[in-house]
Write a protein that binds this ligand. Sequence first.
Ligand SMILES: *Cc1c(COP(=O)(O)O)cnc(C)c1O
Length: 453
Amino acid sequence: MKTKQDLKASDKQFIWHPFTQMQDWERSAPIIISEGKGCFLRDLDGKWYLDGVSSLWVNVHGHRKKEIDRAIKAQVNKISHSTLLGLSNEPAILLAERLVKLLNAPLPAPHYARVFYSDNGSTAVEVALKMAFQYWRHTGVETKNSFLCLNNAYHGDTLGAVSVGGIDMFHKAFGPLLFRTFRAPSPFCYRCELQRHHPECGCACLGPMEEILKSHHQEIAGLIIEPLVQAAGGMIMSPPGYLKGVRELCTKYDVLMIADEVATGFGRTGRMFACEHEDVLPDIVCLSKGLTGGYLPLAATMTTDRIYSAFLGEFRDLKTFFHGHSFTGNPLGCAAALACLEIFEKERVVERLQPKVLLLKKLLGEMNGLAHVGDTRSRGLMAAVELVLDKGTREPYSWEDRIGWKVALKAREKGLLIRPLGNIIVIMPPLSITKKDLARLMSVIKESIEEVT
Ligand SMILES: *Cc1c(COP(=O)(O)O)cnc(C)c1O
């Protein structure tokens, strides 16, 4: 048996942590999680913490949710993995049918037709990009070889996903490896690239997007966007009407619209999917994170019959979609996802979320008075507090100050685990959080900001 001290030492000796300066990590006192229950995580020392960012935005119904635990165990007793290449499996079939029905449910007529499985958000995006590109080839259009994406976008860490990303700190280093894209402004009202004000501007940031499309639509296969919330870019929330405007431009210029709902899907924004807020129908939708309730790595790229049928033909036509992963359609992940969706329905999760959404908005509003809180914003149970050096000029803290990180460490002492994005405090608890725990979470954040700034 390894002791706690042994485990901490081995972690530092053997693991290379993601998005982590390991020199800092090796000098730190790492928290090692040993169990979870509901919205709480317990570390090896026996201390319990509130899981303030849903274990990196994935958890939905809480940890150790009975129904999901049971579904996975039942599936383990049958089979844990078999391939979807040339074979099929029961949970993958049932989940595909359920997902297609779920996405079509709010619509007057079916729009979505097919599910392509993969393992994570980045691969869901890779699949979407390759699908969109090849769709045009199969329909005889040879010039649409590029994509339109947004400043501040984040679509994952594989090279295709990085190519359509727009966060310099993460993405610039890989520049020479990336394919060329077109960039439209980020719909970031607090720090508007066009120096305009909403709503008087009438979503002026759609203007430069249209200019690009007007000049280059023959080169653009698809536009990829995180609907309503550019999450990793700083919880940037687009103003009402913006998303609808993007859909209209895609239609007008015959460019496929890819909605990356990896962070926003499964109730996170207060509706099942963010696109529902503006009745927008993308041509391709990427899902992951909350799909399995945050239990297992699984992703789905959903698309329409129009795109799917362009890939049909004789084998010698080479219209096959040559893409797949070892764990595509993993039965354990699909069983977890089926249980997760069952809970959404049975517990009326989205409906019962609404009072919490309002409470979060109210408590966020109360933080606006703090000296170094420049902006607060929320959409559903996704929220952010942007810390600034100077409220009047909106001058940011220098990134080297790591002000967000200091607040997170302070919150940790008070029993709350959060992970900031630079100067932005991210608040994204599991949808199952109680109002009492949500109020506690917000008061810890408020105190931590007051003590650090
Ligand atoms: C997290 C995220 C991804 C990447 O998902 P991974 O599972 O980490 O590869 C892609 N798009 C969005 C919008 C995300 O938030």
